[in-house]
Write a protein that binds this ligand. Structure first.
Ligand code: NI
Ligand code: MN
Length: 225
């Protein structure tokens, strides 16, 4: 799998057969807007962890080209009512899609749309595709259910929020990496807003001190899993 960081918690995942976009928030992200061409992303599927604006903002623009939106039941229903294609899941459910195996897993956070309407409960994803596995935590606190992830596989990469304030910070992300059994971490959900600006060098050092690797790709940069 090739993973391109689109800024904040947004990712493009090339599975080799399909293009997935996770949590698209680009056009209102001052750090990403000029670096990412929304119309060039062309996803086949859009995966949404929860309904907050900083995760769903560009969903409709991207889904207009015929992408299928995958998320919890409430979020998918919201977009289906507007005429978009969607596939609803809920926590603990897994399914074989044409791009690979996907499980919607627990997160501890909230999930409302920008207008305050209900966005179901927040989640994360465990994805197996192209012979590799990645865990995408979504916005979340550190929580004990992360210890269930190794029951389903051994992630080659864990995508974890590290910005603190709204989600885990660096110290809890180091613990999360132990819980999910993956020492290769991609940090997301930092620096976008004043509340979540972090010292990146300190973050890297904290992971190194625990024998782990923290990847902080630049916006638009691609990493291979
Ligand atoms: Ni959120
Ligand atoms: Mn968020």
């Amino acid at each position: 799998m090739k993973i391109t960081f689109l800024g904040h918690a947004a990712l493009k995942i090339d599975t080799g057969s399909h293009t997935l976009v996770v949590d698209p928030f680009i056009t209102a992200n001052d750090l990403a807007r000029d670096l990412i061409d929304l119309s060039g992303l062309q996803p086949d599927f859009i995966l949404l962890t929860h309904a907050h604006q900083d995760h769903v903002l560009d969903t409709e623009a991207l889904a207009g080209d015929g992408a299928t939106i995958i998320s919890n039941y409430e979020i998918v229903s919201h977009y289906q009512k507007k005429g978009f294609d969607g596939h609803p899941m809920n926590h603990g459910g897994a399914r074989e899609f044409e791009f690979g195996w996907l499980k919607y897993v627990n997160a501890v956070h909230t999930s409302s749309f920008a207008d305050g309407s209900y966005g179901g409960q927040p989640g994360g994803f465990l994805l197996r595709a192209g012979g590799k596995q990645i865990y995408i935590a979504g916005d979340t606190a550190l929580h004990m259910d992360m210890k269930l992830i190794p029951e389903y596989g051994k992630p080659d990469l864990a995508v974890l929020p590290i910005g603190d304030n709204f989600t885990m910070g660096v110290e809890d992300a180091v613990r999360a990496s132990d819980f999910v059994g993956c020492n290769r971490v991609m940090g997301v959900h930092y620096d976008t807003f004043g509340y979540i600006v972090i010292d990146k060098e300190r973050a890297r050092t904290a992971f190194e001190a625990s024998g782990k690797t923290l990847l902080l790709p630049g916006i638009g940069e691609e990493i291979t899993v």
